[in-house]
Design a binder for this molecule. Structure first.
Ligand SMILES: Cc1cc2nc3c(=O)[nH]c(=O)nc-3n(C[C@H](O)[C@H](O)[C@H](O)COP(=O)(O)OP(=O)(O)OC[C@H]3O[C@@H](n4cnc5c(N)ncnc54)[C@H](O)[C@@H]3O)c2cc1C
Length: 344
């Protein structure tokens, strides 16, 4: 018999974020597939009244809460203590959590404390003959592994974007408070402030419908023998602002800054998509001035519809890596697209 714990931390606005709701969807699907399995929701954070209400109708049989100002901010010691206390209080055999930076950082340590096991970057779960199997990718989405485990407790970190977030009516939940005795050392790391770019400077938008990826071609000499980096920057930012698309980049383009070349200043390594970059999940993707090399394209694995603009009809995209390739000058195409968008 499995006891499933959905582990979630409350966001700074008092709600549960989308990753937590996705993990809840995964936990519920597993619970419904395993006969006799029960679901407990375990929350940690400063205060959790509204977060608990938000998922109050999810069908959990218990609601556990570790609450207090010391659990508001991410910190290994307090997050691990909260997760450990919730796991022990629930007696869970399966602990499902979203792969947020907070849980990703501390849950391996918590699994160790409970003499359990952990699997991270889980992208799916299925139950066949009452046996749970989870899947994850290795070698940058080239190999998919299916994992079963006899050992309990089994911690499972669900990658974001793999499940439809759970949605249901808000309802009251009977919270049971779980006490945590924090050692003095837990307060050694103190939280000072969040430093983040202004919202309109933020170009990485995981929830956007479209991923626009810029390649090094934007900074290369064009037909007139000159580079047009400023024009490229204006075209890209105009498109991103108008569409609210997420902005990705190839490795070559972000590496240019390290080489002291004329670069697009708004791109950092965080924008890089691919084998040594990120693996975003967007419904649609458009690459421009990017060659479509394998180490780059492997990061597009979970983008559903892929299009590219390249002058070269022999580029990597033409070899089965894009659904549609426009053999065209991206400067011209994007100027036209921007004008059409502005006229809408
Ligand atoms: C171990 C390893 C890991 C790697 N990991 C990654 C990774 O995570 N992510 C990644 O991106 N790369 C990665 N790479 C690098 C990858 O192999 C490529 O070198 C890189 O992706 C190429 O970037 P690019 O396509 O932007 O540039 P280029 O190869 O220089 O291509 C530029 C393209 O722009 C086109 N172009 C130029 N002007 C125009 C125009 N006006 N209109 C339309 N098209 C135009 C050209 O035809 C050309 O195809 C990795 C490589 C290795 C060895």
């Amino acid at each position: 018999m499995e006891t499933i714990l959905l582990l979630a931390h409350v966001e700074s606005d008092g709600s549960l974020g989308k990753p937590a709701l996705e993990a809840l969807a995964a936990a519920k699907a597993i619970q419904e597939a395993i006969e006799g399995a029960s679901l407990t929701v375990g929350l940690s954070g400063a205060e959790m009244g509204s977060a608990a209400r938000q998922v109050g109708s999810c069908g959990a049989s218990r609601w556990l809460a570790v609450a207090g100002p010391e659990f508001a901010q991410p910190r290994y010691a307090t997050d691990a203590a909260a997760a450990e206390a919730l796991s022990r209080a629930s007696g869970a055999t399966l602990i499902i959590a979203p792969a947020t930076s907070r849980w990703s950082r501390c849950l391996a340590g918590v699994a160790q404390r409970l003499d359990g096991r952990i699997d991270t970057h889980v992208t799916g779960a299925s139950v066949v003959d009452q046996k749970l199997t989870v899947t994850r990718w290795y070698y940058r989405q080239r190999l998919e592994a299916a994992i079963e485990r006899a050992r309990r407790p089994w911690f499972i970190l669900i990658d974001t974007g793999c499940y439809q977030p759970w949605a249901g009516e808000a309802a009251p939940a009977a919270l049971e408070s779980v006490a945590v005795e924090l050692p003095e050392a837990a307060a050694r790391t103190t939280f000072l402030e969040v430093k983040a770019p202004r919202a309109d400077e933020q170009t990485i938008r995981p929830d956007a419908n479209l991923l626009f990826v810029a390649g090094a071609g934007w900074t290369k000499k064009q037909a007139d023998g000159k580079t047009h980096v400023e024009e490229a920057a204006a075209l890209i930012l105009n498109f991103i602002r108008q569409t609210q698309a997420s902005l990705g980049s190839s490795k070559s383009l972000v590496d240019l800054s390290g080489e002291g070349q004329d670069v697009l200043p708004f791109l950092t390594h965080l924008n890089q998509v691919g084998q040594t970059g990120s693996t975003p999940r967007h419904p649609r993707g458009l690459a421009a001035c990017c060659h479509g090399e394998e180490p780059h394209v492997v990061g597009w694995r979970f983008v559903n519809e892929r299009r590219a603009i390249n002058l070269d009809a022999n580029c990597g995209w033409a070899r089965g890596k894009a659904d549609v390739l426009y053999v065209a000058d991206a400067f011209e195409v994007m100027a036209k697209v921007n004008a059409l968008l502005a006229g809408k």
